[in-house]
Write a protein that binds this ligand. Structure first.
Ligand code: GLA
Length: 395
């Protein structure tokens, strides 16, 4: 069994007994539509994947937290009472950032040894970092805070919010809430229609009769820490500030209706800022239309909205790039593909395409060959299965 081999690995790294060992997991996500809307108080429509981060965890008697990953050699060791001193580590910051935010929020965190097995491809736009953060939050609270257990379950939404804070304060990426929320709250075979202004949400069953969501990884690595992500966020903030002169009641771009944008959008003189705002306003609408289309089984309409979303991210938000555009363009040429778009932050990472089941193998071969020819290296494909959110696994 996989679990047993993970435990054997854990004992190989940390020694000691199996007593006290517990297992936790939290998944990556694919966003069906609604990109760069979350930090504008808008709508998103992600689904948790079955690809997850799994943690093998065991409490310690001191205030030390030790971290290792199954694909890493070096162990990170930190003092729980001095966590800010460990900011900026090449590996381990997500975990320590979460521990720090939990403590700041009044949770009890105890010393422990944690081993990570990451099955979400790193830096691919499938929220590998949110998977690590949320799994860590659930593991640390479960191990150390005796207020939570069978009678009083951990508040998963709060774990998502704390994970997002860790990313803001420890990592320096001013991300929205989508990834952590999807990782914490995902449900098998459902997508989450989330309103990021107040975190109200609806689980929408995803029935794609005869079609599948195929993820294409450009295999172009990217890191949001490189600054483009935060730059987009501040461009949106500038756009909001300007629009507020005409729409003073707006607290986020989501509050600016399409009608008001069409009426007052011209007050944003900077063309770049206006393009960013235009993307956000129309993308929010596309999420609402997509949720309605999927509820009614209108896959062609949903595919068309996926295409519009990508084109807007390419032309107005300018976060796609050669690799993502090539993968999307080639996907759209394949018979049986209803739509294709980038998913996640962009700047590399993954696409998601709606592909008829009997065309998936041809899709992989022809899109893979065309992409490799143009870009110089191969993409990777995964047929996405929608799984459950963060949880403790039974041993
Ligand atoms: C990243 C962020 C999310 C969201 C997406 C873009 O995944 O972590 O909060 O902003 O980019 O939609």
């Amino acid at each position: 069994m996989a679990d047993q081999s993970l435990i054997t690995k854990f004992l190989g790294y940390f020694g000691g007994e199996t007593q006290g060992i517990r297992l936790f997991a939290s998944p990556g996500r694919v966003n069906l539509i609604g990109e760069h809307t979350d930090y504008n108080g808008g709508y998103v429509f992600p689904a948790a994947l079955t690809l997850s981060t799994t943690i093998v965890a065991r409490p310690r008697q001191d205030r030390i937290i030790r971290l290792i990953a199954t694909d890493l050699e070096r162990m990170v060791e930190a003092d729980l009472d001095n966590l800010p001193a460990y900011m900026g580590l090449p590996w381990g910051s997500y975990q320590l950032g979460v521990a720090h935010e939990l403590i700041k929020s009044g949770y009890k965190v105890i010393g422990c040894d944690l081993m990570y097995e990451d099955k979400v491809p790193l830096g691919s736009g499938l929220s590998s970092s949110a998977a690590i953060e949320v799994a860590t939050a659930i593991a640390l609270v479960s191990l150390g805070d005796e207020r939570f257990g069978k009678e009083k379950p951990i508040d998963s939404i709060e774990m998502a919010v704390i994970s997002q804070k860790a990313e803001h304060n420890f990592i320096g990426v001013k991300c929205g809430i989508m990834d952590q929320f999807a990782s914490a709250m995902g449900k098998k075979d459902h997508a989450i229609f989330l309103d990021c202004r107040d975190l109200s949400f609806e689980l929408v069953p995803i029935k794609l009769s005869g079609y599948s969501l195929v993820i294409g990884n450009t295999n172009k690595k990217r890191s949001l820490g490189e600054g483009k992500y935060n730059e987009r966020r501040s461009e949106c903030e500038r756009g909001l500030d300007i629009l507020k002169k005409a729409v003073p009641e707006a607290t986020c771009l989501r509050d600016v209706s399409l009608e008001n944008f069409l009426k007052y959008g011209h007050v944003i003189e900077d063309v770049t800022i206006r393009k960013r705002v235009e993307h956000v306003i129309y993308e929010n609408r596309r999420v609402l239309d997509s949720v309605a289309a999927l509820k009614e089984g209108k896959l062609t309409a949903f595919g068309e909205l996926m295409n519009q979303s990508h084109d807007s991210l390419r032309d107005l938000y300018e976060v796609t790039g050669k690799e993502l555009d090539t993968l999307v363009n080639e996907a759209r040429k394949v018979d049986g593909v209803l739509g294709s778009r980038m998913t996640g932050a962009g700047f590399g990472g993954c696409t998601v395409s709606l592909v008829r089941n009997d065309r998936i193998e041809d899709f992989k071969i022809s899109v893979g060959a065309a992409y490799t020819k143009q870009i110089g290296y191969a993409p990777t494909f995964y047929v996405s299965e929608i799984g459950d959110g963060g949880r403790e696994l039974s041993l």
